[in-house]
Design a protein around this ligand. Structure first.
Ligand code: NAD
Length: 686
């Protein structure tokens, strides 16, 4: 590739070479940037006129990491380690001038400079762990030599950035700038040149860091923390091992060790899955038939109808993003309950130190509660979150359709009702959309944005943009029973129930799914959701196992008895009664007992999920397979290191998966085991 130095500006001011990266939007370390930096560093190093060097960036941020478009490709030289090696050996003092976010390779580059200055709102992080990796360009060897083991472990295992005050306190940056960053940088480096003859370089600290009892305790603490918090992920442990190497190895050997670990992770399945999800999330934002002329509507005022579990949480999402919101309830009693829940929720967050009193006050100020339905008339967006009842929702949409202003968006949070029918009842179906939040709505990041038959593209576009503002991960889906997430979950739950009816211990099934990486198994999930969801005494279904549980008043965690028994702290124990209910039910239906291996049990729970995903894709309910994976990783606990059901299925091999599905379809003659004719082509789609 031709070297293109237009992404770098170079000028000499008062004997200081100022090298400025101009690679919007985030000054990623692309091939051109690496080549340009190397070229101009060499030029500055050779120049007789230059006494010191500043590396800075134009635009909103310092270098915020690698160029993601180069991921998975062989890097063109110079690669980052080569550039950093040169930077390390530069004789003239180099200052990194940082603003915005210095992330990943950007921070690793700054660590190779002799000095670091930053603006007060800058942030610094090594987020590689989120992609199943470790920093691979010296980060794990330089950072602990600069700021110590504990802080380094915190940064690399969480992947979360630290702010400038913290960074200054721990010595990550040497100076925080006032109003004029460039002016402060120039003054800093000129002073240094005048006063210091030797300039600090982390790579000169070749010896390992002191490895005492205290450091060993810190390592142990982090290991046990990440084992719990990041169960199943291997990258956090690799990050710890690499930081640990700085205690045991000379600097250059440490770099080699870090590279070896990095390469191992890069080649492994976990990082591939996590990188896949990273791109999948970005892809999910792309709306296929979007006309570039369409502009999103500015949402300033939201009305939520129904202030129950979901409505309250949705209102909090809006207030958290600075959007004013009114909750409309049907009676004073429910209105008071709603307000009490919201304030208690915010106060808890404040007690945990995650919000200040001032922040809580500001957020509560943005939430209004009312009994006046007419308030929908000045909303830009109305979100209905009343009981899951078609007639009630239709009435609400009819009234909202008449009252809401022109161009207002009318959304429903329904989980299962037909959005096409609902949208017609508003009289303005082009304005109607589904915004399917998950519980707790103020915490869960996934948002299924449901496109009905007549929803306008402008409404979809606005809602996808709004989702970002309220910090959700939106996935555009079409109308089908249960949309994407619940529909696939249902397939797994059905087969798990069937395994239980064949005499497989529910604890064993739950354990296997947990060990696969889900936060809990199918029966724990069922108990948590509530076995009575959608159950009515008068319409109890003889053919449903869960209805048997409801008939005897076992509703799940909510009344401490479901598939398991629960104590007051909701700790689950085995229930003889539950076992008997399952056994009696199976006997009454003439279901024979069978035994399966662990692998067969896992297959029977996971294959129907992949199969359902293929059908969803075939019906064009989603735009791409990866959209299903985003739903599953962010809303349904599919372990990110396994990518999602579609990625997992494709990695297993579409032939193998199809063969297994066909095998089980001999025994289970229902829709969960019926496949699409185009199964392999659909699953293989990238
Ligand atoms: N609970 C979940 O996990 C979950 C998840 C996703 C979606 N949903 C969907 O969200 C919707 C609400 O569910 P929820 O769990 O919050 O129910 P909920 O019972 O907690 O709340 C419903 C609220 O609507 C109010 N309401 C009823 N009629 C009203 C009217 N005419 N005007 C104003 N308010 C009225 C009720 O007083 C109640 O507070 C349902 O459609 C449900 O399917 C629920």
């Amino acid at each position: 590739m031709e070297k293109d130095f237009s992404v770098i500006d170079y000028e000499v001011q008062d004997n200081i070479a100022v090298i400025v990266v101009k690679n919007p939007p985030v000054n990623a370390l692309s091939f051109s940037v690496r080549a340009g930096l190397l070229h101009f560093l060499m030029k500055a190093e050779k120049s007789k006129e230059v006494c010191g060097i500043i590396i800075a960036c134009e635009g909103r941020t310092f270098i915020a990491g690698a160029d993601i478009s180069e991921f998975g490709r062989k890097p063109q030289e110079p690669d980052l380690p080569e550039l950093l090696d040169y930077l390390d050996r530069t004789k003239k003092p180099v200052l990194a001038e940082m603003h915005g976010t210095a992330l990943g390779g950007g921070l690793e580059l700054a660590l190779c400079c002799n000095y670091r200055i930053a603006s007060k709102n800058a942030r610094f992080g090594l987020p590689e762990v989120n992609l199943g990796l470790i920093p691979g360009a010296g980060g794990t060897q330089r950072l602990p030599r600069l700021i110590g083991i504990e802080k380094s472990l915190a940064m690399v295992t969480s992947g979360s950035p630290v702010g400038s005050t913290d960074a200054y306190k721990c010595g990550l940056v040497d100076q925080l700038s006032g109003e004029n960053l460039r002016c402060d940088s120039l003054n800093f480096i000129k002073d240094i040149i005048e006063t210091e003859s030797v300039h600090p370089s982390i790579s000169l600290k070749t010896k390992p860091i002191v490895n005492d009892e205290e450091t060993q305790t810190i390592l142990k603490t982090y290991r046990s923390q990440v084992r719990k918090r990041k169960r199943g992920f291997i990258a956090p442990e690799y990050n710890i091992r690499s930081i640990q190497a700085s205690l045991e190895l000379e600097f250059r050997d440490g770099l080699k060790f870090e590279r070896k670990l990095f390469d191992e992770l890069m080649e492994g399945e976990q990082s591939k899955a996590q990188q896949y999800l990273f791109f999948a999330e970005r892809q999910a934002n792309k709306i296929p038939d979007l006309d570039s002329k369409i502009k999103p509507v500015d949402i300033q005022k939201v009305v939520v109808i129904g202030g129950g579990l979901m409505g309250g949480g949705i209102a909090m999402c809006m207030a958290n993003a600075g959007i004013s919101v009114t909750i409309i309830e049907s009676s004073k009693k429910f209105l008071d309950r709603c307000w009490k829940n919201i304030t208690a929720n915010y106060q808890n967050t404040q007690k945990k130190g995650r919000l200040s009193q001032e922040q809580v006050k500001n957020r509560l100020c943005l939430i209004d509660v009312s009994l006046e339905f007419e308030k929908v008339s000045d909303a830009d967006l109305v979100i209905e979150a009343v009981f899951e009842n078609m007639q009630l929702k239709k009435d609400i949409f009819r009234r909202v359709g008449k009252l809401a202003k022109k161009n207002a968006i009318l959304a429903s949070n329904t989980s299962a009702l037909d959005l096409n029918t609902l949208s017609e009842s508003s009289g303005r179906p082009q304005d109607v959309i589904g915004l399917h939040f998950f519980s707790p709505a103020n915490v869960m990041r996934l948002l299924e944005v449901v496109r009905a038959q007549k929803t306008s593209v402008s409404v979809i576009y606005t809602c996808m943009k709004l989702a970002k503002i309220i910090k959700k991960i939106p996935v555009l889906v079409g109308v089908c029973p249960g949309f994407v997430g619940n529909r696939i979950l249902f397939a797994r739950q059905e087969q798990a129930m069937r395994l239980a009816m064949q005499g497989i211990d529910i604890e064993r099934i739950d354990r296997l799914i947990y060990e696969f990486g889900f936060p809990m198994g199918p029966f724990q999930t069922a108990d948590l959701i509530g076995l009575d969801l959608g159950w009515e005494k008068a319409f109890t279904n003889e053919n449903l196992l869960v209805d048997k549980f409801c008939e005897v008043g076992r509703f799940g965690q909510k009344n401490l008895s479901g598939f398991y028994d629960y104590d007051a702290s909701r700790k689950a124990t085995k229930s003889e009664l539950s076992e008997k209910l399952i056994e009696d039910f199976a006997e009454s239906k003439g279901i024979p007992k069978r035994d399966y291996t662990d692998d067969e049990i896992l297959d029977q729970c996971l294959l129907p999920m992949i199969n359902e995903g293929v059908k969803i894709r075939e019906e064009n309910v989603v735009t791409r397979n990866s959209d299903i994976d985003v739903v599953y990783a962010h809303g349904f606990g599919w372990p990110a290191y396994r990518g999602g059901p579609m990625h997992f299925g494709r990695t297993l091999g579409s032939d193998k998966v199809l063969k297994k599905i066909n095998y089980y379809s001999q025994f289970f003659k229902d829709r969960f085991w019926q496949t699409s004719h185009d199964f392999r082509n659909i699953l293989d789609e990238k």
